[in-house]
Write a protein that binds this ligand. Structure first.
Ligand SMILES: [Zn+2]
Length: 113
């Protein structure tokens, strides 16, 4: 499953951050999930709970922030957050857009002890 490999690399980077900071454990993991990233939050949570055992994240709280699609309109230059997966500028109705956020999933922050 897609989410399993994501969590495995996420846990690896947590281990690495903990080592670099000489932390005993990670208490909180915050990730950002773009709505276009294809990541299912429920599956990601399950995968995290499954794989965190015996890692520095064993007792960590897993927090997911859902990132909506952010676009930069090429016609009017305005930056907007799209409420729906509808690729149109809310200001000028242009479809000539650059997606600037909401496509990726990444680690936002870690709290460690
Ligand atoms: Zn526009």
């Amino acid at each position: 499953m897609h989410e399993y490999s994501i969590v495995q690399s996420l846990l690896e980077s947590c281990e690495q951050h903990a080592r670099e900071n000489e932390a005993k454990e990670v208490t909180k993991v915050v990730v950002k999930i773009g709505v276009l990233s294809g990541v299912e939050p429920d599956l990601l949570q399950t995968a995290f709970d499954t794989f965190k055992e015996h890692t520095v994240c064993n007792n960590a709280i897993f927090e997911m922030n859902i990132q909506k699609i952010t676009i930069n309109c090429q016609e009017c230059g305005k930056i907007s957050i799209l409420e729906k997966n509808e690729f149109q500028c809310p200001h000028c109705k242009s479809v000539n857009l650059d997606v600037t956020d909401g496509e990726d999933m990444y680690l936002m922050s870690l709290e460690m002890d």
